[in-house]
Design a protein around this ligand. Structure first.
Ligand code: MIC
Ligand code: SF4
Length: 659
């Protein structure tokens, strides 16, 4: 039987274990990426490992999330990241250079390589056949120090693409279609591999939109083969030497196969407030809108923005719509400036935002109350835009720009009839602008040794976890429902600037559930901690969806949370919990979820013994006298990490043993 592309790259990087679905494996990591919102913690933890410098082939630290800069926090972070990168042999992409995933694809990604990034959209790199995986900052720090990355070997889902995209139907519609089939739940432990006769018709930026939003499916990674399109993409950026063809064997067998005929697709949208709440644009066309934002790591490539500029040329946006455009990288912005497309956007009334994450992570451009906001982003979780009760729709740049012209949700296939706009074929240039002047290269060892790392007062080394007790006596600090995202747990937006200061950031854990005039979650949790109780989070399905932010484990840990009991927990978040010594427990019988109430007292006896050698724990409800069975789905390594009081200690212990 032939091999899938995923398994070929995994096998080529295997450092520990055996390739078989569900088995834990360790893989060598060639490249890492970090961004500023997760990067300061990652580097603070990396520093505490006392590794002289990074051991990967290439590590890049990006500044793209926290650019708003109210107060000194963001700039403190930038200076710390710049100087610690110089000290550690890491490339540093400065603020303004672009979104990590876009720049990484343009400047550093390579077919067949492994990439680990402290951002859930790292699988964007799968567009050029990288095996690219998102993880918590501590996992990335360990990889930077030369350690393998451990994961459960995924099952491989083949997505066979046939037919051809019709005019005005976009790559975004392909991934929204897949989200409508698979949803955001229940895909943990899978990798998605694209194949089929339509693959050669998709450019790398189109593929990147698709692999990027694989994160919303909750899969480990998504990948396309490396072919002529990949070669074209790399050659246009003077990187032809990084190209190599790569594909699954023709007789590769997939654990599941889905077929999507691109010719049958139509414009789609994810309605509020989940990326899998998908409808066709035709179904909701005509809805009045107040805002359109085009950008993010999903849809801000040169090709996307050229499409937008061509539609806007000589036209003007509707007077009830605010349109913002955030190009994904300096390369894109500069090329639009040089070819005049930027002027077309400005003339049409667009507000040009800085190249970076911007409104995607709630940094400005929050919609007014009750107003419909259209976004070409990948996430529309409740409140992520910065407005409580927001009505954010995710859709393609084609649909976004058509709607900006009319002031209503508009199917872009109607543009010829409405405005006489012919479908603009975007011919990508054979040479792109290459300007790495905002990327600082690693220094020589001698120069690196002389660098003074700048640590502003808002950069606080995170507290270490405490050992788990053998008898866990706890209280239910909160009971939440299904699909709790890391945005619910740790809000971004105006609080994003607190990422380097856990005690401050922890004050807003579960902020969206806080009620005015009542003690906050943080206050209640700290009170429990002072009384000697362990905090326990009870949740429904898919707890910890979305971002890789390890603060969603780190801050609760700081508040005394020692266990999460949920119907199911998402991959990256589960790893983050273990890394910070919080026990992830799944209900053996999901119906038990209904039998627990907030504030009830729970007890788990012989916890350490269970972590050491059992797959289950008994949870005694001291308030109601009920008993529940909890599943511990832990690998041997997970168990060791929990018993070693977290990944950092575990790594230190291991390296002491090896020296
Ligand atoms: C996001 O899209 O939610 C983020 C911000 O990029 C996160 C990382 C973070 O929280 O810093 C992600 O996707 O992992
Ligand atoms: Fe940035 Fe948004 Fe992409 Fe996250 S999803 S990396 S916030 S642009």
């Amino acid at each position: 039987m032939g091999q899938t592309l995923t398994y070929k790259i995994l096998a080529g990087h295997l450092a520990d274990g055996k390739i078989a679905p569900g088995r834990e494996i360790g893989i060598r990591i060639d490249q890492t990426l970090t961004q500023d919102a997760t990067g300061t913690t990652a580097f603070l933890l990396f520093e505490s490992m006392e590794a002289a410098g990074v051991k990967t082939k290439l590590s890049v630290s990006y500044v793209d999330h926290n650019l708003a800069g109210f107060g000194p926090e963001n700039h403190n972070d930038h200076l710390y990241l710049q100087t610690i990168a110089a000290k550690s042999g890491v490339y540093h992409s400065r603020a303004g250079n672009g979104i990590c995933h876009q720049v990484h694809l343009e400047r550093f990604g390579k077919p067949a390589a492994t990439l680990l990034g402290s951002d859930s959209h790292t699988p964007t790199g799968g567009a050029i056949a990288m095996l690219a995986i998102g993880a918590g900052g501590l996992d990335v720090a360990v990889a930077m120090a030369g350690g393998p990355f451990y994961l459960r070997c995924p099952k491989v889902l083949g997505v066979k693409l046939t037919g051809r995209l019709n005019h005005w139907v976009a790559a975004k519609d392909v991934i929204l279609k897949l989200l409508s089939i698979l949803s955001t739940k229940g895909n943990v432990g899978w990798a998605v591999e694209y194949l089929g006769s339509a693959v050669p018709t998709l450019s790398v930026p189109q593929r990147a939109t698709i692999t990027n939003m694989g994160a919303e499916l909750g899969v480990t990674t998504s990948i396309f083969p490396s072919d002529e399109q990949t070669e074209k993409f790399l050659t246009a950026r003077k990187r032809q030497t990084d190209y190599q063809p790569l594909a699954a064997d023709p007789d590769a067998e997939y654990d599941r196969l889905i077929e999507i005929n691109l010719s049958e697709l139509e414009p789609m949208t994810a309605c509020p407030s989940s990326p899998d709440n998908v409808k066709t644009v035709a179904e909701i066309a005509g809805l009045n809108i107040g805002q359109v934002v085009i950008g993010s790591c999903t849809n801000s490539s040169f090709a996307d923005l050229m499409m937008v500029a061509k539609v806007l040329k000589t036209r003007h946006i509707n007077n009830m719509v605010e349109l913002a455009i955030a190009p994904g990288s300096r390369e894109v912005l500069n090329m639009l400036a040089q070819n005049g497309a930027l002027a077309d956007m400005i003339s049409a009334g667009a507000r040009i935002l800085e190249t970076g994450c911007g409104p995607c992570i709630g940094q400005g451009f929050s919609p007014a109350d009750g107003v419909v906001s259209l976004r070409t982003f990948n996430r529309n979780f409740p409140g992520r835009s910065g407005t409580t009760g927001d009505r954010a729709y995710l859709l393609s740049p084609e649909t976004a720009v058509a709607s900006a012209l009319t002031g209503k949700i508009t199917d872009p296939r109607n543009l010829p009839e409405l405005f006489g706009i012919e479908f603009p074929e975007i011919k990508l240039p054979t040479e792109f602008l290459v300007d790495d002047s905002m990327i600082e290269k690693p220094l020589s060892e001698q120069d690196a040794a002389r660098v003074k790392v700048l640590r502003g007062p808002t950069i606080v080394v995170p507290e270490a976890p405490k050992p788990l007790p053998d008898r866990l006596q706890g209280k239910v600090s909160i009971k939440c429902g299904d699909k709790i995202t890391t945005d619910h747990i740790m809000p971004a937006g105006p609080f994003l600037k607190l990422r380097s200061n856990v005690p401050e950031y922890a004050k807003v854990v579960f902020n969206c559930f806080n009620e005015q005039g009542k003690p906050t979650f943080a206050e209640r949790a700290l009170e429990l901690k002072q009384k000697g109780f362990a905090g326990i989070i009870v949740a429904g399905q898919s707890y910890g969806q979305g971002s890789s932010r390890e603060h969603a484990a780190l801050c609760p840990m700081y508040l005394g949370i020692r266990a999460v009991i949920a119907k199911s927990i998402e991959r990256i978040h589960k790893a983050n919990l273990i890394n910070f010594c919080i026990v992830p427990i799944e209900f053996a019988d999901p119906a038990d979820y209904d039998k627990i109430k907030p504030d009830e007292q729970l007890q788990i006896d012989n916890l350490l013994e269970a972590i050491n050698s059992s797959d289950e724990v008994e949870i005694i409800n001291k308030t109601s006298s009920l008993k529940y069975l909890g599943r511990l789905e832990l690998s041997d390594r997970d168990r060791e990490i929990l018993l070693s009081v977290g990944l950092l200690n575990y790594t230190r212990k291991k390296s002491r043993k090896n020296n």
